[in-house]
Structure formats: C-alpha cells, structure tokens
Design a binder for this molecule. Structure first.
Ligand code: SF4
Length: 441
C-alpha cells in the first residue's frame, strides 16, 4: 500500500463498542494512506480511544493519555471520556483535540489538521471487511449507538445520546463483507440491541434487492442467512425478545442470549428504572427453554444498589436459584459520577456490598458448575480461537469470546487452524471451562 508518510500510534481502551469505533477510525486511516505503528517513538501522533464508564476506567484513560503525552507529545483523545465535559482538558491541557465516542469523522478531521493526508488515497486496497482488532475469524458489529432508556445507575445515554440505529442495508452489507473476508462469527453489539430500529420507526430498508424492516427480529433473521455464527449481545428484556427464540431453535442465530437483568426485586428494579416483574421474567425464561432447550442465558446483576435491604437481596438470590442462568456477571453498585442513583437514600456500606457479592457469586458459581457438568459426554461443534502446545483453545455456541468460558481440546492433529469449526466430545468441566477431545464418528 502507498503511504502518505505519516505514522499514527493508536491505543484502544474500553468495551467492544469502543473497539468497533477504533476499528472504524483505523480502517479510515489506512484508507487514507496513514501508516499505523505500534510504539510511541515512531509515531508522529497518538490517538487514545478512552473509556469513561466507571471511575477506574476514567483513571486508566487519564493515565494512558498522560503516558502518551510524555512519550510522544502529540495526542488526540476520543471515546466515552471525551464526552464527559472538560475532564480530559483539565487533567491534560496539552492534548491536541478531544472528541466523544463514535466520532470517526471528527477524529479524522483533527488528524488532517495536524498531519494532512496524501491527495490520492488507495481505498481499494483496504480489505472489504475493514481492519479488525479482533482475531480474523470473529468480529463485533455495532448496529446502533446510544440508548433511549434512563437506567438510574447509568450515564451512557448522557455520554452517547439517544438511540440512533444504523440503516439495515448498511449493517447487512458490512455483515456480508465480514463473512466473505473469512469471519466465522458475528457478535452483534450496541447499547440496546433489541431496540434496533425504534428510532427509525422500523423504517423499511433494502437488502439483496428485497425490502426489510429496520427491526431486531428481521435483522437477526437476515443475519441468520449468512454463513456464520450470529451472537446477540446487550439484549434489553423487552417482550418482543421472545420473537427471536424460535430463530435460535431453528439454528438461524446462536442459541445464546446476553440479557442484562440487573436485579429481581420489584422496588429495586423500579429505583433502577428497569422493567420490574421478576415472576414474569421467570415464566419467560421457562418458555424460552421450552422452545429452545439448549439456549444459553447470560446476564449481569448489580448487588448493593442504594436502599437494597437484606430481604431484597435474598429475593435476588432466590431468583438466581430459580432461573439457573448459565453465565452471570455481577458487580457491586458503584456511584459513577453523574448517575441519578447517586442521589438515592440509604447507600449500602461497602463491606455489606462485598459480602453480598461474595454470597451471590458463590451461589452462581455452583449453578454454573452444575450446568457445565451436564455437558460431559455431549458432542459439540466448537470454533477454534487459538492453537496451543498440546491441542487447541476453542469456544462452543455457549461461549462468547473474552467473557465466557473456553473449550480446551486435547489433540495432536496439526491440520486444525484458527477459525475452523470442529466436532468434539466433552470429557470434563469446572465452573467456567470445558475439556474435550476430537469426536470420532
Ligand atoms: S439500557 Fe443499558 S445503556 Fe441504556 S440506560 Fe440502561 S444500562 Fe444504560
């Protein structure tokens, strides 16, 4: 590829949504002939994509900006922390520019000001799937930006704004490009995946010459026609989520639902400004399992939310016992600056929060371990992520990359490659991972 002689260093912090932003900026930079370099010394300028979700992430982002300034001196900041007022400028007034998240065009404009691009970009040399920060065989696909909810513990809507869905034709084109570029698994992400299209009133777009609505179920269905695993993340528990379960049962999309529930007690959920009917939720889960018996359910919960009593916490434990979710992440409530919930009365003392988190995790670990034990002896299709010394590290349909477990497959078959689907038989399990051997017909 022809270069324009300018070299850019890039540091990407934060969640998968931030990773997608980074990939879009990197793809555009390469399209314009900028060279990407891995160290401060050879870079003419450094871009830092920041996270501002919790206080620790803010600190990490500010430290990284400080390091980039010290080691290189020319720094442009983008991402969630950039949207939080003048936090960046007051800590580091020397930065060249600051933008919020999802701001490829602005970031590029700032780079053009400081390092003008060559006149003739060689766009055609960019792979059709764009540049990916994830391994070649899986890719995150961001379908919308922002969120229309106002959960009281969350500041994402104030940083990223209301929901803006990408046109369905564009999303499907990207998905198809990725699959033709060798991607075997598409991970659908957004702040609120099931709200896809609400902001456009489910506008009809076009894909493959046919009309298609900008809507969660229709998107899942269309993506299910591509030759790849499709995994749905950040699915808010709206009633219409039930419509995608038959698609999972039919093998169109993976039988995997990442559905943050946050709590089970009615009053706490109300204080969180979340849907507040745990009994109904249990019935729905039961129904999903009837339709799609091998569905994997992943969720996240907050313990020690302001005002949470011991009885309300125990109600959450009871829910966890009854729901028997497969994968669960839990966090103690942490007062993120700017969150409405900070003003609620009766904050729970940190030692009580931590003690509750421990009890919660202990209970869930036993449930997860128990559920994985059931897989021993079963045959599974797994996707190979990495080659190891005495086998391969893979994932089953039940495991999202980075957050869930892995399947270690002991084998000396050296024809297996990253991105291959292989059939295995499960030999052993703990509470996270499985151990397996190649299955022989
Ligand atoms: S749905 Fe998610 S992103 Fe939206 S306000 Fe609630 S927690 Fe934040």
């Amino acid at each position: 590829m022809s270069q324009n002689n300018h070299k850019i260093g890039f540091i990407s912090l934060g969640c998968p949504k931030a990773t997608v932003d980074s990939e879009q900026i990197l793809t555009q930079l390469r399209a314009e002939g900028y060279e990407l370099v891995p160290d401060y010394d050879s870079a003419d300028l450094v871009v830092v994509n920041t996270c501002g979700f919790i206080d620790d992430a803010v600190e990490e982002s500010l430290d990284t900006i400080g390091e980039a300034l010290q080691e290189n001196g020319k720094v442009i900041v983008t991402g969630c922390l950039g949207a939080k007022g003048d936090v960046v400028q007051s800590a580091h007034p020397q930065v060249l520019a600051v933008t919020g998240p999802h701001a490829t065009t602005e970031v590029l404009e700032h780079i053009h000001t400081h390092l003008p691009p060559a006149h003739n970009p060689y766009e055609s040399l960019i792979p059709p799937g764009g540049l990916k920060l994830t391994p070649r065989h899986y890719a995150y696909m961001k379908i919308s930006e922002g969120c229309n909810h106002r959960c009281s513990f969350c500041i994402i809507p104030s940083m990223r704004g209301d929901l803006v869905s990408r046109p369905i034709g564009e999303v499907m084109q990207e998905a198809e490009n990725l699959v033709s570029a060798g991607v075997r698994e598409l991970l659908v992400v957004s702040q609120d995946t099931s709200a896809y299209g609400v902001d456009t009133r489910y506008r009809t777009g076009f894909w493959g010459g046919k009309p298609i609505k900008t809507r969660f179920k229709e998107l899942a269905e269309a993506m299910g026609d591509l030759d790849a695993w499709v995994r749905l993340h950040y699915v808010y528990p709206y009633p219409h989520v039930d419509e995608v379960i038959p698609l999972m049962a039919d093998g169109k999309v993976l039988p995997y639902l990442d559905i943050p529930l946050q709590h089970a007690n009615h009053d706490i959920l109300k204080a969180m400004k979340r849907p507040a009917n745990a009994e109904n939720m249990l019935r729905r889960i039961e129904n999903w399992r009837e339709i799609c018996p091998d569905i994997t359910l992943r969720s996240t919960f907050i313990v020690g939310f302001p005002g949470e009593t011991e009885t309300q916490f125990e109600e959450l434990l009871d829910f966890i016992k009854d729901a028997r979710l497969d994968r669960v992440g839990a966090f103690v409530y942490s007062p993120v600056e700017g969150a409405v919930a900070n003003n609620l009365p009766n904050h729970v003392a940190l030692d009580i929060q931590e003690e509750r988190l421990e009890r919660f995790m202990e209970l869930q670990a036993a449930i997860s371990a128990d559920k994985l034990q059931d897989k021993i002896g079963k045959r599974l299709t797994v996707l190979v992520d990495e080659l190891a010394e005495d086998g391969v590290i893979a994932r089953s349909k039940a495991d999202a990359p980075e957050i869930d477990g892995t399947v270690f497959v002991h084998t000396d078959d050296d024809s297996i490659r990253e991105g291959d689907f292989i059939e295995v038989e499960v030999l052993a399990a703990d509470e996270h991972d499985l151990w397996a051997q190649l299955s022989h017909n």
